[in-house]
Design a protein around this ligand. Sequence first.
Ligand code: BG6
Length: 467
Amino acid sequence: MKKKMYFIIFGANGDLTKRKLLPALYNIKNKTQNSPEIIATGRRAYTTKDYINETKEPVSSFLKQDYDKEKTEEFLNAIEYQRIEFNDKETFISLKDFLSKQNNIEDIDIIYYLATAPEFFETVSQNLREAGLTESKNSVRRAVFEKPFGRSLENASKLNSSLSSVFSEKNIYRIDHYLGKEMLQNILFIRFANCIFEPLWSKNHIESIEIISEETQGIGTRGGYYEESGALKDMIQNHLMQMLSLIAMEPPEKINAEHIKAEKLKVFKSMKLYDKNPEDCIIRGQYTAGEINGKKVPAYRDEEKVSKESMTETYVSLKLRLDNDRWQGVPVYMHHGKRMPRTGSEIRINFKSCSCEGYFEKMPQPNILIIKVQPDGGIYFRINAKEAGTENSIIPISLDYCHACQNIGNIPEAYEVLIKDSLEGEKMLFTGWEELKATWQFTDTISEAFKTDKIKMNFYKAGTKPE
Ligand code: BG6
């Protein structure tokens, strides 16, 4: 029989817990036999009853079509709340006492989920260790850390050494929730289960690669965090680079965590700015007041906890290259921005034009393969065909597959996939330290370029794109 497992959330009063973690745990409970006992911890002096009352409304609304009144109540009523003050060691000892009262602590598995601001990762981990909650001869002690993992290579390295003194690498799970998205997992299938693509997948047939993520939303109440991070560290260093690595890596020897991570790492290490001068391949922007879907929205500088003189970027566009044989010379464009005209993430593989001059009335348009990550995951492929009723006229046609529409109700949210993997000890969809090191190293070169005045800030109206 499986051991009893506890899932202990730090930062349980935060948005992420209510919007993503608890709905994911609810779905896991309803789909599997072995769901963990949940302990929600936070600084607020709530009773368990207060916490459940407070959480009921947001969790129910984020469950959307999965909401079932009875099941939601049963799920929430099983949560325990414990007050934890990150700097107060005694509160960690109380947590241990609580666990010991109900169990022989050596016989239970524990997953810690740190949905806190990253500056608390070290304190929480060290206090867990001092309370005797991080080691066990017989049972699992894993820790899941939310992003961002560090703010630079130096800072992430310090953080990593400190966490490594508490948990072994095997037990550290660094989240990049994009890796849990269905269409990112699908990249491996699209690339390696269709052997027609592999011979085309290189500089010989591909003109450029674009990794795009646009959001109509602004930064909401996260001004404090975003001022430190900006678009570069919030999205490019992690989600967009992860998308690129899956698209550009060599076929791994086997589809498992070890081999995939090894290939992804080679991609991260090969990333370079396309041109010698950073200003020729980096654009940054910040949104000013504007309109989104007919509604007026404030400028970034007028958002809560944002400086009136802020030079933090809410838009970044990069032109990179991968310094390896397969991709030599192929430009890779990455674009991410907040308060854009639309919300969507996709990967565009732009193929080279055919050398078929003189065959047809018009030149055919180059083929494009688009992996649509969201809002509706799917695959789009543009090819050319004869225009009906003509003799020699060509038109582009599309093969457009909507993965999300075909699988309504069957596609788990990224957090559900990742939490389930963390319970099962499956690390393929988590970021390894070596990967992070390489992505930070490259990101640092862009942050350095931002510090010079060569890369001008493009102020763009919310709801538009920077020029
Ligand atoms: C988070 C960023 O990691 O990803 C947010 O901190 C961003 O700023 C979010 O909005 C986007 O995630 P998704 O899944 O909505 O595309």
